[in-house]
Design a protein around this ligand. Sequence first.
Ligand code: COA
Length: 339
Amino acid sequence: MPAPSSPSFCASSIIGTGSYMPDKVLTNDDLSKIVDTSDEWITSRTGIKERRIAAEGQATSDLAAEAARRAMENAGVSAEEIKLIIVATVTPDMFFPSTACFVQKKLGAVNAVCFDISAACSGFLYALQVARHFINTGNRTTALVIGAEKLSSLINWKDRNTCVLFGDGAGAVVLRKAAASESDAPGRVLSTVMGTDGTLADVLKVPGGGSSCPITAENVESRPNTIHMEGRETFKHAVTRMLEASQQALEMAGLSASDVSLVIPHQANARIISAIAERLNLPPERVFMNLDKYGNTSAATIPVALDEANKAGRLKPGDVVLLVAFGGGFTWASSVVRW
Ligand SMILES: CC(C)(COP(=O)(O)OP(=O)(O)OC[C@H]1O[C@@H](n2cnc3c(N)ncnc32)[C@H](O)[C@@H]1OP(=O)(O)O)[C@@H](O)C(=O)NCCC(=O)NCCS
């Protein structure tokens, strides 16, 4: 597939990162007490050792707001300076208002326009691209882009095929328009590609709770409002699409895989990540993984990982950072950032 043509963007830069993971840890051994599974199976098939679970009463917007506060502090911007808040999530606080509206209220970001994006695990990179468009074409020059999930609210704790994979958490970045004179501004987003294949929408989904299958007294027992996934089919497409998107985003930025200092892939499965790294010829030290600690937190994985890499000093000025995601829809996206 040819690389999509690059729109001419003025520079927008990631000027701060933040993340928030709930305190409660659920280990593989804990899970083996509630479903027929084992630490050995989960670790060898996925790389996941434990995940975080939000506290009772903690909503997605609570996780998102805390991650956003930390990103704003890291960037040195005030709540009043934020002109746009986009929350990527498949676990909104409620159908409406958007989770972003609740985040705005919690932050006191009174000057922001706020909305959510639903693109499953690709949501953060979709949101990043939308924010870039706002920055490019309008006067909303400082944006909070957040990936936040409380996936524990969508889990069927009796389904071992899915309950071992997911967790809760949030990550955020502050994105700001760089002046023309700052075309080499640190954190500059060089390219983003996105793709969707709705013909495979049924492979990974939460079938119930929406307008096509409202929850009723009759269907509630079959738990349609939880994650349903064909694991092998998802795996296969994830590898192909993430590889393709990575190559396209690099090509759009005029770079190749050998230029990449660190790839931060969506954290769903260590075997998916290894397969992509191998095909891009990237050694393990240039591949970021934290899924052992958090599992798959959908839209949150990339901003959380980016924040951890940033705070751990793994991103040096001038580094080429490749972000790549794949998720339900199917959706996929990739972005190249010059740190
Ligand atoms: C889900 C996934 C880990 C399963 O791994 P897999 O190697 O494909 O395993 P399979 O689906 O072939 O299942 C193998 C066996 O393990 C069993 N199994 C599934 N979950 C299990 C668990 N938690 N513990 C123990 N056994 C389990 C299955 O029942 C199956 O048993 P069977 O052969 O007797 O039918 C893997 O397919 C995957 O990661 N897919 C992508 C998931 C993903 O990335 N989702 C999010 C995308 S954003």
